[in-house]
Design a protein around this ligand. Sequence first.
Ligand code: AMP
Length: 213
Amino acid sequence: MAFLGPPGAGKGTQARELAREWDVPQIATGDMLRAAVAAQTPLGGEARRYMDAGALVPDDVIVRLVRARLAEADAARGFILDGFPRTIAQAEALDRMLKDLGLALDAVVHIDVGEPELLRRLTGRRLCRGCQTPYHVVSAPPRRPGVCDKCQGELYQREDDTEAAVRTRLDVYRRQTAPLLEYYRSRGVLTRVDGEGSIEGIRGAVRAAVAPR
Ligand code: AMP
């Protein structure tokens, strides 16, 4: 399955939990790219300038990354895509990859959140450098400022969570990613979930959306 939605909708949170529950990998292209940047690989070097500006990394780079990831053994039983596909070209490439593997998407869940709420969430977001657990400076602060409750790792603000980069990312979503909603709706696999309630409520709605599939 895949999660679709704007940056800050909560795709990562829901994908991580569901992946653990189903014992399948969460394939989060943003996390993979940030790991490549941190490890200073050639991919990281190429991706960084796009990421810091809030722009999309070129389709061919992302498609190669995902193709290699889907070929790994742990993806054979299924997987949860988080942050991919993000353009029509990526969705078409995914269709071809899945066809080659004899697979198909069972469900695409659209987590729908309005822009004022996305801005609030993203500019206040802090992440753990160790385990990637997300916090929010106002609505979900850690017990000790700057320190992860779970692993005591250091919390940081993503380069692209500044207000200017967030506005660019929302604009990129509107122009390049939102057309995927129609792409998957017309294929009969899309379900919308209201992403503005509590994490608990959204968790329940996501489960209800994927259960019939
Ligand atoms: P995310 O963590 O999903 O918000 O992704 C962070 C950044 O990584 C994005 O703003 C893009 O620069 C890049 N990125 C992640 N996934 C993709 C993708 N599927 N296509 C293009 N760029 C991506």
